[in-house]
Write a protein that binds this ligand. Sequence first.
Ligand SMILES: *Cc1c(COP(=O)(O)O)cnc(C)c1O
Length: 404
Amino acid sequence: MLQDAALRERAARVIPGGLWGHLRVQGLPPGYPQFFQRAQGCRLWDVDGREFIDFMCSWGPVVLGHHDPDVQAAAEAQAKLGDAMNGPAPVLVELAEHFTGLVAHADWSLFAKNGTDATTICVTTARAATGRRKLLVAQGAYHGAAPWCTPYPAGTTAEDRAHLIHYRYNDLDSLAQAAAAAGDDLAGVMVSPFRHDYGVDLELPTPAFAQAVRALCDRQGAALILDEVRTGARLDLAGSWERFSVRPDLSAWSKAIANGHALAAVTGNDRYRDAAASIFVTGSFWCGAVAMAAALATLRKLQAVDGIAHMRAMGQRLREGLAEQAAAHGFRIRQSGPPQMPLVLFDDDPGAELGTRFCALALAQGVYLHPKHNMFLSVAHRPQDIDDALQATDRAFAALAAQR
Ligand SMILES: *Cc1c(COP(=O)(O)O)cnc(C)c1O
């Protein structure tokens, strides 16, 4: 029996559902492994020894590449000194100084472990600062797995979400309607730097939308909360809406900021400093020094090598290659999102059956893609890796065409 199947069988006995959350293989095309043996650079190996070129990067956290030597060295050096102690290590202050200096809107930073911690802290801070309750969120947007924001409401109550009001991304009228419904009880507006909802084309914000969110928050004295958990460190180290000259009041970060080490961050401006100091937020592992050392090394290296420009170029190379191949094999595909966070959908494929078959065929050729979720490039993807991946996807397109 394959190792992966054997592990799944054992897991099913002692872990509810075999696995919890977004890494459950049930959501992926047939043939995808559940368990992995190791990872290096932009490659990963499953427990049966199959090698893949990785375009999910742990669903975002891995930005320099798996097991980046500089990040590992920084993490190991800190681990020798101490990790979870009775208080933080000096690296906390060094990281807070560095991150606050890097992020344009930030006057302060604080750290936690998961993206959900960070988005929740932003909401709590906004409510503490304003003394109000209502939060505007975009329909279908993901902000984490806590009861107030989970897309799967089993076990939660309607009251958990009683103060959420929904608007449509990029839709100024629906934003205005949601604001009107909040009235003078508006604590904040949460928004993603671009629309990255599951299974639909990725959508960049219009400058008018970004500016309208800022103007609304200014008018109402509410917090503009930018959820950078997925985009952070992949679009712009200073903040993803710098290109629109729109600065949030609060931002939530996690995923890529420590290259796979568990860390989240909240950044804020001075208007929200006292509120952030007033709320009680904590966790047993939030001051872990190893992840902070890893984050400092990650952010410094991303800057030093201009990692974002590189990821963008590699994503563009992949995008152009896939477009050519799809056309050559007679498929119509849509590629959306920033090139370094791409999504590929097939035309006339509403349930993504064709996309799912394509990904399964690409997997068999050694390329790990996702049919419905945005993918991720890393700094470890070199031109040769993209070209190797494209050779594999060309064979996958050919096999898909042969099934017609
Ligand atoms: C992943 C994600 C979160 C939640 O982060 P976790 O670390 O999984 O808690 C929040 N917002 C966005 C946009 C995300 O992609």
